[in-house]
Design a protein around this ligand. Structure first.
Ligand code: NAI
Ligand code: MG
Length: 354
């Protein structure tokens, strides 16, 4: 089968790491004759905004709808407010395409030292609710006088939204031989939204997945446990905000943002899904050619898995794992001095060797 892939490299290091992901995909295509990817680069992002006044064309979502998947780099630029870049590009894609599952694997890697000295067998996944919750634009600000200024930010949670993310997490657990699902909550303090969250998560697991064990943990305790005993978690299901925070923590305990991929998935496959590293455009290192491309390359692997090519996804991940465990070529974020291009090239060589 042939696939149409929209490639949005974005800003900063997004552009640099995307080059390496495309390099890997192109080499795979050369070797696997039955893999045909039609990749189209879309120049959307902050430069586009400064020229055209919007992050993507008015019919951007219609254009994207025709693709089988979206490979995304990162956006963020000092010349454009961060809420504009995020809300005009990433959020509309996630929300309109009902990419309600944000999937983020967290796994110890041989050759990468965790800042936690007590563990080396971390292996869990985060299912972050990606279409509603705390990240809503419902609310507003009021200003009569400085002393009475106030802002209201609404969280929107629906039974449907909570049930479907719980179902996706539980499905994954069952299919991958996991026994336990951990729900991140805060229903002791956030008494409307999080109580609905608790009820819906519990009912979904009890009724549809009786073979799974469910534990509900307050988010503040959960972040402490993820530092103290991260190896005891298997599948974590969380709301949009909690899942966002847990993902960066998860990334940090297995070696950092340069290694962490993510997938924004529409499980029904009614709309294209989007694959992107957890990290942003990293303005502090952008333009230097030293960003770690692994998170982006790994995101491309998640994309191939979603498109039904788990064999090729596994091939890429194996190549990354081998390169890291050999430890000869490393970018600065993981303790070496290799460039983005050198890191990409050594992964490509490993794939060719397999
Ligand atoms: P960031 O992820 O861009 O950077 C955080 C730190 O991690 C920096 O020190 C950076 O150098 C390092 N880092 C990140 N990726 C790396 C890689 N591949 N290799 C080596 N080091 C890496 O997050 P930050 O600084 O909070 O945000 C920067 C910009 O990115 C902002 O404009 C923000 O809005 C945007 N952003 C965009 C996201 C997206 O496109 N999905 C996600 C997160 C932030
Ligand atoms: Mg984040």
């Amino acid at each position: 089968k042939e696939f149409k892939i929209a490639v949005i490299a974005g800003d900063g290091i997004g552009v640099e790491v995307m080059e390496e992901a495309l390099h890997v995909l192109n080499v795979l295509q050369d070797y696997e004759k039955d893999l045909v990817l039609h990749m189209e680069k879309l120049p959307w992002g902050s430069d586009y905004y400064l020229e055209n006044g919007s992050m993507m064309p008015d019919d951007g979502l219609d254009i994207l709808k025709k693709f089988d998947a979206i490979l995304f780099g990162a956006i963020g630029d000092a010349r454009v407010p961060d809420d504009v870049t995020i809300w005009e590009l990433i959020m509309p894609i996630r929300k309109q395409f009902q990419q309600y599952v944000n999937f983020r694997p967290v796994k110890s890697l041989e050759g990468i030292k965790s800042p936690l000295s007590n563990v080396d067998n971390i292996d869990f996944v985060i299912f972050r609710e990606n279409a509603e919750g705390e990240y809503s634009n419902s609310g507003g600000r009021m200003f009569d006088s400085q002393s009475s200024e106030l802002a209201i930010q609404n969280t929107i949670m629906t039974r449907k939204g909570i049930e479907r993310i719980t179902k996706a997490a539980s499905d994954y657990a069952v299919k991958n031989g996991k026994k336990k699902v951990t729900s991140a909550t805060k229903s002791n303090a956030v008494i409307h939204a999080m109580k609905l969250w608790d009820e819906c998560v519990k009912q979904t697991v009890l009724i549809d997945f009786p073979e799974l064990q469910l534990e509900s943990v307050y988010i503040d305790a959960l972040v402490a446990y993820l530092v103290q005993r991260p190896h005891t978690f298997e599948v974590v299901v969380a709301s949009n905000l909690f899942g966002d925070i847990l993902s960066d923590l998860g990334s940090a305990i297995v070696g950092g943002l340069g290694l962490s991929p993510s997938a924004n998935i529409n499980p029904e496959k009614k709309f294209p899904s989007m694959f992107e590293p957890v990290h942003g455009s990293a303005p502090d290192i952008a333009g230097k050619g030293i960003a770690n491309p692994i998170a982006q390359v790994w995101s491309a692997a998640l994309m191939l898995d979603h498109l039904g090519r788990k064999d090729l996804s596994t091939k890429i991940i194996k190549a990354i794992e081998e390169v890291l465990s050999e430890g000869k070529v490393k970018t600065a974020d993981i303790g070496g001095n290799a460039t983005t291009k050198q890191m990409g090239a050594v992964i490509v060589e490993k794939i060719k060797d397999q």
